[in-house]
Design a protein around this ligand. Structure first.
Ligand code: ZN
Length: 191
């Protein structure tokens, strides 16, 4: 079984279609936009009817602006903050799993690692000028590493994923220091 759009592991079944988290997130974004367009037309019709009869039935309007803001804010991200200027440039869906793992690390022995992973994910999302492909690789590595930490936490796997991540950020000044700190935090929990 694989996502019918991109071949990644599937998470959602929508009707007859299986989709991964990323593709399901995109589908949901399309549906959100369609809902907002339909809601705008309903509001317009109510305004038109009020204009014809000369008074309002008082039923209110669908709060399109508030809903749109809630969707754009990406309510699914509880830890990672993506700067407004980067919201369109990154695929928020990629950060959802990392964000969930950070939540799981809170209050556990991996809390410090989680805090640093958050800083790293934010650094990747908010650093301008990173090649999009490189960015995607980094997000994939952070995703795999945080997943391993909260699930199996095999020292050899954690260290190997961390080494790949560190190599991938060594030329990025804003991120290499954070990676160093993560290495130290990981060693503490691997024992
Ligand atoms: Zn997919």
């Amino acid at each position: 079984m694989a996502c019918q759009q991109c071949g990644r592991p599937p998470i959602y079944t929508i009707g007859e279609i299986t989709l991964c988290l990323n593709c399901a997130d995109r589908l949901q974004s399309i549906q959100d936009r369609q809902f907002l367009q339909a809601a705008a037309m309903i509001n317009q019709s109510l305004d038109d009817m009020d204009a014809v009869v000369g008074f309002s039935a008082g039923g209110g309007r669908i709060p399109i602006h508030a809903i749109a803001q809630g969707i754009r804010r990406g309510a699914v991200l509880n830890n990672i903050h993506i700067a407004n200027s980067q919201v369109g440039a990154v695929n928020t869906g990629d950060y959802v799993r990392i964000d969930a793992a950070i939540t799981m690390m809170r209050g556990s022995d991996a809390e410090e690692a989680g805090t640093i992973i958050r800083a790293l994910a934010e650094g990747v999302a908010n650093t301008r000028g990173l090649d999009p492909k490189h960015k995607e690789e980094l997000v994939d590595l952070i995703d795999a590493l945080s997943d391993e930490i909260v699930k199996r936490r095999k020292p050899s796997v954690v260290r190997s994923l961390f080494r790949s991540l560190k190599e991938n950020v060594q030329d990025i000044a804003a991120l290499s220091g954070i990676a160093e700190a993560l290495g130290a935090a990981l060693e503490k929990i691997l024992g």
